[in-house]
Design a protein. Structure first.
Length: 135
């Protein structure tokens, strides 16, 4: 076996492209994986008529710390609230868009049982839209 003993003192002028190709391949894989995620589209059904004049005012139900329930600022019992919810739900029998939403305001110290009782009452009387509001 013969080895060359000649020593070259000039620098190597070539560029090592292997690391560059490795980085480009990794970037290509990342873009291929992330492209479908970026191109994903969600369908959003918007209401056909956006006029707020046609929508009924929401029923504002407030639960106080003592278990008292207020409907639009007036103290009501559970039976009165059930009657008002039945009336509101019956108005929307011909037109489903006329069923009012309930805005539920639970005060800071209101117990979970009272809020759950009111939620069950609202759901039992046919009101589908319940919005939780904060004060």
């Amino acid at each position: 076996m013969a080895f060359s003993t000649k020593v070259e003192s000039s620098p190597i002028a070539g560029i090592n492209v292997t690391p560059l190709v490795d980085v480009l391949l990794v970037l290509l894989i990342i873009f291929m994986i992330s492209a479908p995620v970026i191109a994903h589209k969600n369908r959003v059904d918007l209401p056909a008529n956006s006029s707020s004049d046609l929508l009924p005012d929401p029923l504002r139900v407030t639960v106080d710390p003592g278990g008292m329930v207020f409907l639009n600022g007036t103290l009501v019992s559970d039976a009165t609230l059930a009657g008002q919810l039945d009336i509101a739900a019956s108005q929307g029998l011909d037109d489903a868009s006329r069923i009012p939403h309930v805005e539920l305001h639970a005060r800071d110290e209101a117990s979970y049982e009272d809020v759950a009782r009111v939620l069950a009452l609202v759901k039992a009387h046919g009101v589908k839209g319940i919005d939780f509001a904060s004060d």
